[in-house]
Design a protein around this ligand. Structure first.
Ligand code: PMP
Length: 386
């Protein structure tokens, strides 16, 4: 097709640079043992940190609601897509996060896009950690506000940038748990600096909910962050919750502002009601899931100890995201392929998802894994990385 030669060349270049992305087709449910294109693997790359994506109680809640409410929601929340399951889930999430209200979005990407763009625009400024998730960076760039990145997890760097701004509204945005590194943002310091400069703090805790905090309330619970310290709290449902979608929790005024102005809330079909019903079941499992978080902690320590003994380069993470830093993209791909030969599935994460020269194997652990399975991974890594 005319003009497409350039695209083809760009794709070839991507392949040569070992940056080409491929999809693999899963032929089984999310679980530690998966079938990928006809072969069984032990997988360490899902964000289903608590093993709820395939939990019988969550599946039952989903099928029961689908029997009653069908499959599709039929319209956006503001037309006639907002069901009693959605409403109950919003109320349950507000209570869970200790916020006056919560609002559901169909995906985390859309929650971030919608919230940031409803809160700021031209004349405002947005400050983002340089390692924030792509959806947060995209949302900030799209907003029309002055876009600034501060050094990773560095409240001083943020403070200096905040001090220099003349902007009207100032929104500070960070991941709670960083998706590709697994480390946790220093929320108390970030909140202090943000408040000193009359800004608003927004935390996307996609990877913290379910895993961190006494009852799985994520970073906000672990740090005891009040509504005043953390006025905009985002969680996603496709990871620790094991279902799909996302929510923003905060004050009455915040949620009403999002309902009026968040375009990715207004102009999209509501998540299927059965997904909301399933998430209500997984929320209960999370609240009661002390044993799941304990199991995760055991597995994380076991993996870190073993990987350190093998001399592998880990990151500063205490969460289920335990990347092994490789550096070179081609080498990361090679190791991932060699693990695959041994029946272990771990994806190689390369630029631009992570900074240049910091390709890694993103190992993620789940409470559904056993200690023996972690040992199997370590055994395979020993062979492959030698
Ligand atoms: N925020 C973070 C930190 C994420 O890691 C992700 C998913 N990778 C998202 C948002 C997007 O969430 P969703 O997959 O529900 O769109």
């Amino acid at each position: 097709m005319a003009g497409f030669e350039g695209l083809e060349q760009a794709l070839q270049q991507r392949q040569q640079d070992a940056l080409y992305r491929v999809r693999r087709t899963l032929e089984s449910a999310q679980a530690p043992e998966v079938v990928v294109e006809g072969r069984q693997y032990l997988a360490f790359c899902s964000n289903d940190y608590l093993g709820l994506a395939n939990h019988p109680q969550v599946i039952n809640a989903f099928t029961d609601a689908a029997q009653k409410f069908g499959v599709g929601s039929g319209a956006s929340h503001l037309v006639n897509g907002h069901s009693r399951y959605h409403h109950q889930l919003e109320e349950a999430l507000a209570e869970f996060t200790g916020r006056p209200r919560a609002l559901l979005f169909s995906t985390g990407y859309m929650a971030n896009l919608g919230a940031i763009n409803a809160l700021i625009g031209k004349g405002d400024a947005v400050f983002e950690d340089r390692l924030n998730h792509a959806s947060l960076l995209d949302a900030g760039l799209l907003s029309g506000a002055r876009f600034q990145r501060y050094l990773h997890n560095d409240a001083d760097s943020l403070g200096k940038k905040l001090a220099r701004t003349e902007a009207n509204r100032k929104l500070v945005v960070t991941d709670g748990v960083f998706s590709m590194d697994g480390d946790i943002a220093p929320l108390t310091e970030l909140a202090d600096v943000t408040r000193q400069h009359d800004g608003w703090l927004m935390v996307d805790d996609a990877h913290g909910f379910g895993c961190l905090g006494e009852t799985g309330g994520g970073c906000a619970q672990a740090f005891g962050m009040s509504l005043e310290q953390l006025p905009v709290l985002v969680g996603t449902l496709g990871k620790g919750f094991g279902t799909a979608g996302a929510f923003v929790a905060g004050s009455e005024v915040l949620i009403e502002t999002l309902i009026q102005h968040a375009r990715s809330y207004i102009y999209t079909t509501a998540m299927p009601p059965a997904v909301a019903a399933a998430t209500l079941a997984s929320l209960q499992l999370i609240r009661d899931g002390q044993h799941l978080r304990q199991q995760l902690e055991t597995l994380i320590s076991r993996f870190r100890r073993g990987a350190q003994q093998l001399g592998l380069e880990l990151m500063n993470s205490t969460t289920p995201i335990q990347p092994i830093l490789i550096g070179d993209s081609a080498r990361a791909l090679q190791i991932s392929a060699a693990l695959e030969q041994q029946g272990i599935f771990v994806t190689a994460i390369r630029p631009p998802t992570v900074p240049e020269g910091s390709a890694r194997l993103r190992v993620t652990l789940s409470a559904a894994h056993t200690e023996q399975q972690v040992d199997r991974l370590l055994g395979a890594l020993e062979q492959v990385c030698q």
